[in-house]
Design a protein around this ligand. Sequence first.
Ligand code: AHR
Length: 641
Amino acid sequence: MSLASKNLLACGLFLAVAQLAQPVTGLELTVSTSGGNKSSPILYGFMFEDINHSGDGGIHSQLLQNNGFQGANPGLTAYAPIGNVSLAVDTENPLSSAITRSLKVTVPPNASGKVGFSNSGYWGIPVNEANYTNSFYIKGDYNGDVTLRLAGASSGSLYASQTISVKSNSSSYTYVETQYPVKQAPDGNNIWELTFDASKVAGKSLNFDLIQLYPPTFHDRPNGLKPEIANVLVDMKGSFLRFPGGNNLEGLTPATRWKWNETIGPLTSRPGRQGNWGYPNTDALGLNEYFLWIQDMGLTAVLGVWDGLTIGGPSPQVITGDALKPYIDDVLNELEYILGDKDTTYGKLRASHGFPDPWPLQYVEIGNEDNLNGGGPSYAERFTAFHDAIKAKYPHLTIISSTDQYLPNPKPKGIWMDWHTYSPAGELVSMFNKFDNVDRAFPYFVGEYACISLDNGTELAQPIMQGSVAEAVFMIGMERNSDVVKMAAYAPLLQQYGGYTWNDHVPNLIMFNNNPNGIVRSTSYYVQQMFSVNRGSTILPVESDGSFGPVYYVASKTSDNKTYYVKFANYGPTPQPVTVNIPKTETGRLTTLSGAATAANTWSSPNAVTPKTSNVSSADGAPGKFTITLPAWSVAVLAVE
Ligand code: AHR
């Protein structure tokens, strides 16, 4: 029997005894300081895929859009001519076999002065006081100055200007890299410009490719993450990273799936792809960059691998039978690249890319949402084929199915199952006890969840307090069952304000733009943070004199038995007094997030709802007794010692 079911039984008995003496002060809880179940140490974490420009134009730090003309039909997106030149996408002068298109800048005869082109970034460029690194490839006969500038798109204010001497020729590309100081801009409405001396190219053309602009990066990694966004994740103290999707793993066709081997090595050898979310992916944030992200944040990797199911493209959407074999081999190669010694074929390749040591990997998920989009009927066959091949070579790996349906019967021992929900608030609350009675032999990974609407059908374009409290209720249900719910992640994680592609009626955890401090931590972000930061290692039995709702709770303690946590959600419009008894504790703190049901953190009011922390002490003469009031629509964590 699960701890949650035992608690319910204990609660029922206690209720029967206590009914006559129902306290007027509200719910009274007594936390047992012993017993209980071990909680998963990696319960809270991150699900990431490039959606809403969360990667390119988001957490990845390269700032210029369409810098390698990748994807299905990039055109001249983000580029504009400067002076009397014409711009075109050129396929005659490939930079490499991967980067096959370039920007051709044609200069008319008798031209003079400075000409060139600009790039408007991803809905602007963040221009902050720092040294930026700028590079590009140039082909064509040129020997003279090139000026690189960052300027306000509307204001024309200049924030950086660097003139360098460039000598290039028409037989091959020349790589140019420079660094320059950048002054602070008041907002993100900025463009980048490259100009050269028109008189030296009059009547001819120059080609440019793989143009890159980097601010300082998280942990100073070349081709790294944007610190502003990465640090918001650090503050959440998540434990794992599921990547690279989500639907963006799947591809519109098998050929356009996320291909691990096209995301590694120098950027010149990464062709990019047309992602599933309607825009090209550069794949500069590739397999090794994901593992560096994991390393730098101390996370556990959850690698999604492609399993034959595509989404959104032409039929057939599913590959089965013998036709799957090359894709299974491809996954084994990927795993050898990640886990193999440097004397293996792919381990050697990884070492040649600068990573001699294998990456730590324990969890591999087979596909994404194979219960949907026609994947169900063949999933047992496909799952078994990938599972068996991976386990034969890497028996220590934990294999996660992408659904708890359509699995082989019996299920292979040791597998975990991914389960997703995007639900209205009330439905999420009603799933509080979803995991109370599931088979403990097959753990769950709740790989994606969010409250996306209210019960009357109102869709939420961003998290609001009522939805965030509903998520907290669901999370309390998961934490009470975290002997079997091993990991859980809100999704989607990030949204570039200009590049909303998921669905403009669906919320995201963290929104950002290019302005200084242009980040909005949603009410749901703060719920995730409060739950993640305050984690015990054992979930404790709790006796209660009332039933769940509108107040929901879960108690835990740390492994040193010193700190006790009680997490609460008040899913209702009325404040709720609660008395909590935790023997042998005296003092601590109470962190509360609350607001009107519709309260939200927005661009105009990013800090409308933030957690507030106060010190608490047990009542005089009643050690271990804490009396608190949960405001209407609130989430709270009591942490006492
Ligand atoms: O999180 C957005 C999408 O929702 C994911 O890519 C997919 O797995 C789910 O359907």
